[in-house]
Ligand binder design. Structure first.
Ligand code: ASC
Length: 150
């Protein structure tokens, strides 16, 4: 029982670690943080998408590892969109802050799809991976269409 409690506490601490750590000393750092997470997510998601399209030879282990990293990265950018981070070296549109509810919906949807992709990649089934890549890519794209400058 003690072990279970300890495990639950550790798991809770881990899920809380992301927002708790997400304090930025200046807006530029928040912008860099979210861009870095997006960049890494694109690298890892892109590798899996490349396998799904046949552009990259399918390697189940690499796909599963990459999808797991992409899923983790998908949780990180949002803390970097705080107040005052709308100006600077960014393609973020002002609507992110004026239509936050819609932005947050897209963010949640993308994270959910990325989670499904990680599950599919862990299963090693290429057909499931293909379907999940398609849904995840659509979630990335719809948010970029509305909230990212070209
Ligand atoms: C990527 C990437 C995106 C999305 C999007 C999917 O790899 O960098 O922004 O996928 O292109 O349609």
């Amino acid at each position: 029982m003690k072990t279970l409690t300890a495990c639950l506490l550790a798991a809770t601490a881990l899920t809380m670690a992301v927002p708790a750590l997400a304090q930025f000393s200046k807006p530029e750092n928040a912008i860099k943080y979210r861009q870095s997470a997006m960049f890494m997510m694109a690298q890892d998601f892109g590798r899996v998408a490349g396998m799904a399209s046949g552009r990259i030879p399918f390697d189940a282990k690499v796909a599963a590892d990459s999808a797991a990293v992409a899923e983790l990265m998908s949780k990180l950018p949002w803390a970097g969109f705080g107040p005052g981070t709308d100006l600077g070296k960014t393609k973020a549109r002002p609507e992110i802050w004026t239509n936050k509810a819609k932005f947050d919906d897209y963010a949640r949807k993308m994270q959910a799809e990325m989670g499904q992709l990680a599950v599919a990649a862990k299963s090693g089934n290429l057909d499931s991976i293909k379907l999940a890549v398609k849904a995840t890519g659509a979630a990335c794209e719809s948010c970029h269409d509305d909230f990212q400058e070209n």
